[in-house]
Design a protein. Structure first.
Length: 149
């Protein structure tokens, strides 16, 4: 007669052996490592804002001297915020206007660092409306805005 306890014991030992062997064949370190998402290419978006208005303040009118806006253009000064929007109205970069320089109009330069590349952008200075530019415009350094008559 076969002892049921011996058969159960042999079965338990076999089950433990199979489990141990399976574990040995499948170590925890072989789990797939997640691949990080690629980082989009970025660039520094550079441009100008030209204020062509009588509402410009300058000292003597000599080329190269500092200038800034006044009256309805008093927000056009060094430090005015420049915001770059991408798809779905997402802000993808911010910068500031540099000091304006007089050259028969008041010209402000700006740089918005680390802007992710995308096909189209919208640039807004201060509370003024947005102006759309393509990546081709950006590559050709054609990000130029103008305020005034």
């Amino acid at each position: 007669m076969v002892n049921k306890g011996v058969i159960a014991g042999i079965g338990a030992i076999a089950a433990v052996g199979i489990a141990a062997g399976t574990y040995a064949l499948w170590p925890a370190s072989s789990a797939p490592t997640p691949t990080p998402a690629p980082t989009p290419a970025t660039f520094d978006l550079q441009g100008t804002v030209t204020l062509t208005s009588v509402d410009v303040v300058y000292e003597t009118g000599r080329h190269g001297e500092e200038c800034h806006g006044r009256n309805g253009f008093k927000d056009m000064n060094a430090g005015a915020e420049v915001t770059v929007y991408g798809a779905n109205d997402t802000v993808i970069g911010t910068g500031q206007l540099e000091q304006g320089v007089w050259f028969d109009s008041c010209v402000f330069r700006f740089t918005v660092p680390s802007v992710p590349e995308t096909r189209f952008f919208e640039v807004q200075v201060s509370h003024r409306g947005r102006v759309a530019f393509s990546m081709d415009d950006v590559r050709a350094m054609k990000v130029a805005l103008q305020l005034g008559p």
